[in-house]
Design a protein around this ligand. Structure first.
Ligand SMILES: N[C@@H](CCC(=O)N[C@@H](CS)C(=O)NCC(=O)O)C(=O)O
Length: 204
C-alpha cells in the first residue's frame, strides 16, 4: 500500500499511526498539497491528502474512510473503533471532536499564516480560535484517565493526540503550559507508543 501525504497533516498522520498500530506495512509518497498540487490532482481530484493506494491500485480518499477500511480489515475484536452500540458511539463522538479540532487548527493557520495580512478576516480568525479553545475545553475533563474511552487505546486517543501535537507544533499559543494537564498527559502517553514514534510529527 502507498500512503500519500506528509506527517505535518493531522489527517495523514492519524492514518499513519493507525497503520503502524495495525502493523499494516506501507510505502510513503510524500507530496505537498500546495507544492505538488498538479501531481496531487492526478491522484485525488481535489488535490487533497491523505490518499491510500491499495496493492491492486484502488484509491481511498479521506482519513475517515481510510480508517474505516483499516478497521474493517483488522476485524471487530482488534478495531480501534468498537463495532457497535454505546461504546462505538462514545468513541465516534470523541473522534468527531478530535477531528474537528484538527480541522479548525488547519483552517486557523490557513487564515492567519497563509492569507496575506491585508486580506485576513479578524472575525473569522476569532471564531476559529473560539472553536479550537472550545474543543480543548470539552476534551480536557474527558482525558482524566489513561485513555479517553475504556482501558485501551482507541481511535479517539489517536485522533486527539495527533491533533494536539499538531497544534502544539504549529500554533503553540493555543496550548499554554499547564492549561490542559490531562490533554498534555494523554498526548505524552500516546506519543511514547511505538505506533506514534514510527510516524513522527514534522513541522514541514
Ligand atoms: N476530511 C479530510 C480532510 C483532509 C484535509 O483537509 N487535508 C488537507 C491537508 S492537512 C488538504 O488536503 N488540504 C488541501 C485542500 O483542502 O485544498 C480528511 O479527513 O482526510
Amino acid at each position: 500500500m502507498i500512503l500519500v501525504g506528509q506527517y505535518d497533516s493531522p489527517f495523514v498522520r492519524r492514518v499513519a499511526v493507525s497503520m503502524h498500530y495495525y502493523r499494516v506495512p506501507y510505502e510513503r509518497r510524500v507530496l505537498s498539497v500546495y507544492g505538488d498540487f498538479d501531481e496531487m490532482r492526478g491522484i485525488h481530484p481535489l488535490g487533497k491528502v491523505p490518499v491510500l493506494q491499495l496493492d491492486d491500485g484502488e484509491l481511498i480518499y479521506d482519513s475517515s474512510l481510510i480508517l474505516d477500511y483499516l478497521d474493517e480489515r483488522a476485524g471487530p475484536e482488534d478495531a480501534l473503533v468498537p463495532a457497535s452500540g454505546p461504546d462505538r458511539r462514545a468513541v465516534q463522538r470523541l473522534v468527531a471532536i478530535g477531528l474537528g479540532l484538527a480541522e479548525k487548527s488547519v483552517e486557523y493557520r490557513t487564515e492567519t499564516f497563509r492569507r496575506p495580512a491585508d486580506k485576513q478576516e479578524p472575525d473569522l480568525a476569532a471564531r476559529l480560535a473560539l472553536q479550537i479553545e472550545s474543543a480543548l475545553a470539552w476534551l480536557e475533563p474527558r482525558a482524566e484517565k489513561t485513555w479517553l474511552h475504556g482501558d485501551r487505546l482507541t481511535q479517539a486517543d489517536i485522533t486527539a493526540a495527533v491533533a494536539i501535537t499538531n497544534l502544539k507544533g504549529k500554533i503553540p499559543a493555543f496550548m499554554p503550559a499547564g492549561q490542559y494537564p490531562n490533554l498534555d498527559g494523554l498526548t505524552a502517553r500516546a506519543e511514547a507508543l511505538d505506533c506514534f514514534l514510527a510516524a513522527p510529527f514534522s513541522e514541514a
